[in-house]
Design a protein around this ligand. Structure first.
Ligand code: ADP
Ligand code: ASP
Ligand code: MG
Length: 439
């Protein structure tokens, strides 16, 4: 058996956490490839090293002094090195980082140093080989990840290493410029390495005992999920369940490599298995609930729009022309609503409205801001009648006004739109009815 193990920021935030990680890796000789994140928060008030690096680089970019900021970052690593009693010095590395910051090497380069330096420490601590992700993970000139080239090069490189550390989060463009994935992207690196090494399991170690039915920051002590499918997980992670990056399933999905989410602070817990499909029923009708705030709804009305061929396309074209992607488009006979991310939409709203007017001459357009979307996801919903009805009645009981409801054609999810202010209460009401009362 071969396993890839990825450890998140909180699992590597201090020497003490490194100690736990070392014990986990040494406890199973199959744990041959290790993907570390940058050191995360040691407590809720702490700052992630990645954010410290972005901060320091922002100063460098403006030509301002960033010595103090870089020293604080170095101190985070030194604390780990000293705590582990390693004879390793990062002095040379930090000199280079400083020079590269001064030469304005880019914010992706800056952020990537978080995992790069942590990878060097990890390899030293474990006695594993160190493989710089810039040499094995590739992006094209437009910054798009190159799966085939990466797989080829990484596969060959891993064949030479019995045991290795590959830092998460970044790779390089063909000209050598460092490029990162989006935030939380070390999960993607773990998956890429799992595929290239053809491992049996991708273990993703974090600070919770697996995927929980709802966000623990909203629900006190939510129940855990034993098994979840890739599709369910993608719906939930896209909608804000940040445990695993939403793109992390792509590399392993086609290979049939399961992902096991585990807790570094409770290594005996079995965690969650993420699999292609399962005959196992989930414990409840729903598998999970997740959601995000900060959406805006654009409601377009025009009598007879249903018989106007091309109406929907033209409305969406108005968004496309302004470079805005849409989330949901529920529609009626004479109305069509487009949900978009408020932050993307705000500065372009008047342009979008003008374009819609020009393209489809609506009777009326109305905007509603500060909305949240909640996804209720579950493979069990298809076999169960009345799921939407139960959600409605739970929300009505909780005095939450439902702005929108949209059931995906796969019947795997129901999306509900509510006001930002009702977000937490809505999640609690849905959790109560499906998990606590189990109606
Ligand atoms: P890491 O640094 O290990 O990558 P993350 O912070 O990215 O960890 O993800 C783990 C966090 O995700 C948890 O601490 C928890 O606060 C949050 N989270 C959000 N939704 C869920 C959920 N449904 N189940 C478990 N954790 C969740
Ligand atoms: N360190 C990066 C971040 O904070 C990547 C990761 O942790 O996965 O987003
Ligand atoms: Mg993460």
């Amino acid at each position: 058996m071969k396993k890839v193990v990825k450890f998140g920021g909180s699992s590597l935030a201090s020497a003490e956490q490194f100690g736990k990680v070392g014990a986990i890796i040494r406890a199973d000789k199959d744990r041959r490839y290790v993907v570390p994140s940058a050191p995360g928060k040691r407590d809720s008030k702490d700052t992630k090293v990645t954010d410290m690096l972005y901060g320091a680089y922002a100063l460098a970019e403006k030509g301002k002094d960033f010595d103090k900021e870089l020293e604080a970052i170095k101190a985070r690593y030194q604390e780990i090195i000293d705590g582990l009693r390693l004879e390793l010095s990062l002095d040379k590395e930090f000199e280079k980082v400083k020079a590269d910051f001064k030469a304005k090497a880019g914010s992706d380069y800056a952020a990537s140093r978080g995992e790069y330096l942590n990878g060097i420490i990890m390899a030293d601590y474990l006695g594993y080989d160190f493989i710089d992700a810039a040499e094995v993970i590739f992006f094209d000139d437009n910054g798009n990840f190159m799966p085939d080239k990466t797989n080829e090069v990484l596969r060959d490189r891993l064949k030479e290493s019995e045991r290795a550390v590959i830092p998460g989060f970044y790779g390089a463009k063909l000209d050598g410029t460092i490029k990162t994935f989006s935030r939380g992207g070390s999960d993607i690196t773990g998956s890429i390495v799992a595929k290239a090494a053809k491992v049996d399991v991708y273990e993703n170690w974090t600070d919770v005992s697996g995927f929980l039915v709802a966000d623990p920051r909203v629900i006190d002590n939510p129940k855990g999920i034993d098994t979840i499918t890739y599709r369910e997980l993608r719906e939930l992670s896209y909608m804000g369940a940040s445990v695993l990056h939403e793109d992390a399933i792509f590399p392993v999905r086609k290979e049939g490599i399961p992902i096991n989410i585990r807790n570094t602070n409770a290594p005996k817990d079995k965690g969650t298995w993420i699999v292609e499909d399962t005959c196992q029923r989930s414990k409840y009708t729903i598998t999970g609930i997740a959601g995000k705030k900060g959406f805006c709804a654009i409601n377009i009305e025009k009598d007879g729009m249903n018989s106007e061929v091309g109406f929907g396309r033209k409305v969406l074209q108005a968004f496309e022309q302004n470079g805005i992607s849409f989330e949901h488009v529920p529609s009626g006979i004479d109305t069509m609503t487009v949900f978009v991310h408020q932050s993307e939409f705000e500065e372009k709203e008047q342009n979008v409205l003008a374009t819609i007017h020009k393209l489809v001459q609506p009777d009326f357009i109305e905007l509603e801001a500060d909305l949240a979307l909640i996804a209720v996801v579950g493979r069990g919903m298809r076999q169960t009648r009345g799921t939407a009805g139960r959600i409605f009645s739970a929300l009505a009981h909780a005095n939450v006004n439902v702005k929108m409801i949209d059931q995906g054609s796969s019947e795997l999810n129901i999306i509900i739109g509510v006001k930002n202010d009702d977000f937490e209460e809505a999640i609690r009401a849905i959790y109560r009815i499906f998990v606590e009362i189990q109606l």
